[in-house]
Design a protein around this ligand. Structure first.
Ligand code: WTA
Length: 645
């Protein structure tokens, strides 16, 4: 598991200590928070919850009937109230909540007061369309302020949202709408991407042909493209907003009421609807956001993720806004119109905290330091990364050229399911080791265990697990408690399995090695091998397919597919491209395989299980591992020879 990664890590053994100046001003300066949380975990989380505004206080911090947790039992609150209303009492009402930067350089600033108005009005629009507490709403939007407004409006009236990343295909959108049985879909006339327009509304129309639950579609005008509006079903956002009343009282939600569903890939073809609730999630994301990014009132915080992913939910919308932060939101890509776009934005808004992904950093490395060097990055003071293991080389580059050797880097490990960051340094306290996400957050119990669920000694590797429930944990898989229990708690009773492999070192630092299940991490995005395989098999020429994640210099991993064609079908010119396009159409461009390789047979065990490990060896040109369990060992030998040709 991830041996290649470990080799790379051994070469870099420098330790970076917090600078004295940084330490002196840090949000958390004393290591005793770890001991306090360790000795009274629930007391720690009880105290953390006081940071929120509750309509009614909770009676009990945790009710734990493994694997079902209830946090802050009996407490009542509203997430949108916590993100907006409570900041209006004082000077913060005129503070920038969202600074939006459009792809074309257009800019829009929403103060907390502005945000209040927009969210309230949109909540009233939803209500006028019959959306009630508990109804699901699907959001399929670009990175524009309306995405955050829509999420917060749903939270305000207690309607769980399901945000679907704008890069997903019509079919992927349809499946997610159907699984959630959404009543309303919010989309836009299109989304800008490198100067052209992605037809989101057209995708939505295709999706809706097979999604009967949706009664209304609300369309935000962003690109001005011509779109078809279905009479009686489709409504323009701006027209509805004009009519909407300005006050919409926040719904009193139970701490355990659902806040949102977010779909993520797992080891089967069907994406899982990860369910997050209100109280624990809000406590978890706001506490971690303040402590890990060392948030100050005057910070300008920019997380470059899309709101369609968990990082956007927790660390663009709910965590930062609950903390009254100023959040930069950027619509476009890092290379449009030029490769210094990110650094131009840092310079323009004097960004102080930047949170991005290793794949982006490796892309910047490839482009060379001249782009960041041409801009003033002196405002930056904290850097973060998330989504996949960061290789030490990229860490050092980030530290040198972006942080100018001045900014601590917080490498944050977490998942859609964990809701909040679980492992990361506290930048005023923790010594940094490039490539390690360092140690668990106070009050979080992470371990590396062996096959039997027993902790491994320091210096060894195994499976990464979480020992104790945590506030922002997922509560279930939407509509499928069995799958929740099986997937996450089925290996060892009472222990949450992350799906990752990891090592912890002599100092107790964690080194995440990557997924040990059939999930591929492409540019920080989780893609199930089974999803890509079923998309391939859906093509009329394909009999069988096996996908693997192959190491990739920039993306971390890339999808490689081994495909067996149907009897009588010959390979032909263009078939590879056709299959790649087919996957993109079924799932979205992010799942498009880099390589497709045709083979007469796939290596299988006697019980018929495809040996993906061997395929990975072949694709990465390594010596073949153990082949003794194969039904027919010659298959893999032939395959290897063919592949090398
Ligand atoms: C990987 C993203 C190493 C890991 C927030 C995890 C990481 C999966 C890190 C979750 C990190 C995320 N170091 N690996 N700092 N952060 N991962 O659900 O494999 O999109 O299980 O959540 O990304 O991906 P997800």
């Amino acid at each position: 598991m991830g041996e290649e990664r470990l080799e790379g890590l051994l070469e870099e053994n420098r330790v970076f200590k917090p600078g004295a100046e940084f330490q002196a001003q840090a949000a958390v300066q004393e290591g005793k928070v770890y001991e306090e949380a360790e000795s009274d975990r629930l007391g720690f989380w009880g105290k953390a919850a006081e940071r929120l505004s509750w309509f009614r206080p909770w009676e009990k911090v945790l009710e734990w009937e493994p694997p079902f947790a209830q946090w802050y039992v009996g407490g009542k609150l509203n997430a949108s109230y916590n993100c907006i209303d409570r900041h209006l009492a004082g000077w913060r009402r005129n503070k920038a909540a969202i600074i939006f930067e459009g792809e074309h350089g257009d800019s829009r600033v929403l103060t907390y007061q502005n945000l209040y108005r927009e969210v309230n009005k949109f909540a009233n629009v939803l209500k006028s369309l019959g959306v009630e507490k508990g109804d699901r709403v699907t959001i399929y939007l670009p990175m524009i302020p309306e995405a955050a407004i829509a999420m917060l409006a749903c939270a305000r009236i207690g309607a769980p949202h399901s945000v679907v990343f704008g890069g997903f295909s019509a079919e992927a959108l349809r499946d997610r709408i159907n699984d959630a049985q959404a009543k309303v879909l919010i989309t836009s006339d299109g989304s800008f991407r490198r100067g052209s327009v992605v037809p989101l509304k057209e995708n939505a129309d295709t999706a809706l042909a097979g999604a009967g639950s949706v009664e209304h579609v609300i369309v935000v005008q962003r690109t001005g493209s011509e779109v078809h509006m279905q009479e009686g079903r489709d409504l323009w956002y701006h027209e509805q907003m004009q009519k909407a009343a300005v006050e919409c009282p926040p719904e009193e939600m139970d701490a355990e009421d659902m806040l949102f569903i977010l779909y993520t890939s797992g080891t089967t073809g069907k994406p899982k609807g990860v369910v997050h609730t209100t109280g624990g999630y809000m406590v978890g994301v706001s506490t971690t956001h303040e402590w890990i990014f060392d948030l100050k009132e005057e910070d300008v915080y920019w997380c470059t993720a899309d709101v369609g992913w968990i990082t956007g939910h927790s660390y663009i919308v709910y965590g930062p806004l609950a903390n009254g932060a100023t959040v930069v939101m950027y619509e476009g890509t890092p290379d449009y119109p030029a490769k210094d776009r990110f650094w131009e934005i840092v310079e323009k808004y004097r960004v102080t905290i930047l949170y991005t992904a290793p794949t982006a950093i490796r892309t910047f490395m490839k482009w060379g330091p001249s782009y960041p060097e041409s801009r003033d990055l002196s405002s930056l003071r904290v850097l973060g990364t998330v989504g996949e293991p960061i290789n030490p080389e990229a860490w050092i580059w980030y530290h040198t050229y972006i942080g100018r050797e001045r900014c601590p880097i917080v490498d944050t490990w977490w998942q859609t399911e964990t809701g909040m960051i679980m492992m990361a340094p506290l930048p005023g306290l923790t010594d940094l080791k490039p490539g390690s996400c360092t140690v668990p957050f106070p009050g979080v119990k992470v371990e590396v265990v062996d096959h039997d669920g027993q902790p491994v000694p320091k210096g060894s590797g195994g499976y990464l697990v979480v020992r104790e429930p945590w506030p922002a944990m997922l509560r279930t898989v939407y509509g499928d408690n069995d799958r929740y229990v099986q997937t996450y708690w089925g290996n060892w009773p009472g222990i949450y399995f992350t799906g990752d492999g990891a090592k912890w070192d002599q100092d107790g630092y964690f080194w995440v090695l990557g997924r040990v299940d059939d999930v591929i991490n492409v540019s920080g995005h989780r893609i199930g091998t089974a999803e890509v395989e079923s998309a391939l098999v859906d093509h009329p020429a394909v009999a069988e397919a096996a996908c693997i994640g192959k190491n990739h210099e920039v993306k971390g991993q890339a999808v490689a597919a081994f495909v067996t064609l149907k009897e009588g079908v010959e390979t032909r010119n263009g078939l590879v491209d056709e299959l790649k396009a087919h996957v993109a159409k079924k799932i979205g461009a992010l799942a498009r395989p880099d390589d497709i390789f045709f083979t007469a047979e796939l290596p299988k065990t006697r019980s018929g299980k495809i040996m993906r490990r061997l395929l990975r060896d072949i694709a990465e040109g390594r010596a073949l591992g153990d082949t003794t369990t194969l039904a027919d060992a010659s298959v893999v030998q032939t395959l290897k020879e063919q592949y090398q040709e």
